[in-house]
Design a protein around this ligand. Structure first.
Ligand code: VGL
Ligand code: ZN
Length: 197
């Protein structure tokens, strides 16, 4: 089966020193670079938010980062400002290999966040990635990157629901882990038939 590596959000703001630093986030770069040669296609996602995005705590007076709010599409964690369009924090980590096929940007609509590579957080607005993969005949996906319990897990769950053969390479992922979110994400991925290696 034709297989793709989906590299999730390996951007400066999710690495040490960044605005939403994932502990040890830059440790994913070397294993991800090594995975590229084993795949027929390499696709990157890039978190890409306008200033004053609705997922930023700074857009909600009186709210702090990591609090929850209710959005029209459901509960949403509020984040520090991160991955603002064209900012250095939104750039890929400088050591990430960029010889792959496609970059999918997500989260650029101000009113809706987007964790998954396939759908925005309303679970229905598509990014177009499914159509791209179908047209290329890609049936198997390996996911790696940041963060395990948010963008990687949401992407893996959508991919499983869409019928792909999905593997998450946990050695090439790192988590934010808010209030048990990592264990919850692992349980959901296992239940959905995602292979965790
Ligand atoms: C992510 C929080 C906000 C991620 C993106 O890449 O997991 N998390 N935006
Ligand atoms: Zn984001």
């Amino acid at each position: 089966m034709t297989k793709a590596l989906i590299v999730i959000d390996v951007q400066n703001d999710f690495c040490p020193g960044g605005a939403l630093a994932v502990p040890d986030g830059d440790a994913v770069v070397a294993p991800i670079n090594a995975l590229m040669a084993e795949h027929d296609a390499v696709i990157y996602t890039q978190d890409w938010h306008p200033a004053a995005h609705s997922s930023f705590a700074s857009s909600h007076p009186g709210k702090a980062a990591y609090e929850m709010i209710d959005m029209p599409y459901g509960p949403q964690v509020l984040w520090p400002d991160h991955c603002v369009i064209d900012s250095p924090g939104a750039a890929f980590h400088p050591d990430l290999g960029l010889s792959g096929d496609l970059i999918i940007r997500k989260g650029y609509r101000r009113q809706i966040d987007s964790y998954s590579a396939f759908f925005e957080n309303d679970q229905s607005t598509p990014t177009g990635l499914h159509g791209y993969l179908q047209e290329r005949g890609i049936g198997a996906l390996t996911l790696a990157g940041l963060a395990t319990d948010f963008c990687v897990a949401f992407s893996a769950l959508d991919a499983a629901r869409l019928g792909y053969d999905v593997t998450v390479d946990l050695a090439a992922c790192r988590a934010i882990d808010l209030d048990g979110s990592l264990q919850a994400a692992i349980d959901k991925m296992k239940n959905a038939g995602v292979a965790l290696i």
